[in-house]
Design a protein around this ligand. Structure first.
Ligand SMILES: CC(C)(COP(=O)(O)OP(=O)(O)OC[C@H]1O[C@@H](n2cnc3c(N)ncnc32)[C@H](O)[C@@H]1OP(=O)(O)O)[C@@H](O)C(=O)NCCC(=O)NCCS
Length: 158
């Protein structure tokens, strides 16, 4: 299964808002609409495509260090990573996470590391990130509204 990761142009923002997760998953990511409403130019929304369908979404935050002091300036952060509820459980999340490193290495040549935080109760996402090449740093981020989060990272190879 091949997925394509691509930065969203503004004209695709609206179709991205039709990507929905289950109500009980909202505490982990919120909605795409909220995420798009809350970003500035440092945050780059992306779509995950399978064939011609947009099946998922994530944001590349180029100023992750402004919020999280565990990472150095110039690091990339992944936010609001999600697969549409109707397409979950088919391996798409894992495949998309595996595609992050080659994509980000090419698209952000000045960055050496990708970071993310994942809620300790979010087993599906944790497994997805781990199998997709991220390493748990062992640190916990305690500032999240829905409880402690694991801090994970992956080096980019240039
Ligand atoms: C997390 C998410 C992206 C995973 O996407 P997905 O396409 O369903 O994941 P995959 O089908 O690739 O499965 C990845 C792994 O998670 C496991 N998994 C899936 N759902 C699970 C669940 N409810 N509980 C535990 N493990 C689960 C799968 O078994 C698989 O592991 P395996 O290969 O060892 O079997 C998706 O569930 C999602 O969008 N969740 C809501 C938003 C969210 O929480 N995002 C993360 C924010 S940090």
């Amino acid at each position: 299964m091949a997925v394509v990761l691509k930065r969203l142009t503004h004209d695709l923002y609206e179709s991205a808002t039709s990507l929905l997760v289950a109500p009980e998953q909202l505490k982990f990511t919120g909605t795409v609409a909220d995420a798009l409403a809350g970003i500035d130019e440092a945050c780059h929304p992306h779509g995950i495509w399978l064939d011609r369908s947009m099946v998922g979404f994530f944001i590349v935050d180029t100023q992750f260090d402004h919020e999280f002091d565990f990472c150095e300036a110039g690091s990339l952060g992944i936010r609001t990573f999600l697969i549409d509820g109707q397409r979950q459980g088919q391996g798409l999340g894992k495949t998309a996470v595996k595609a992050l490193r080659p994509y980000l290495t090419g698209a952000y040549p000045a960055s050496a590391m990708i970071w993310l935080t994942v809620n300790c109760k979010n087993l599906a996402a944790y497994r997805c990130y781990e199998q997709g090449g991220f390493t748990d740093t062992g640190d916990l981020y305690l500032g999240g509204a829905a409880g402690p989060q694991h801090v994970m990272r992956q080096a980019l190879t240039h």
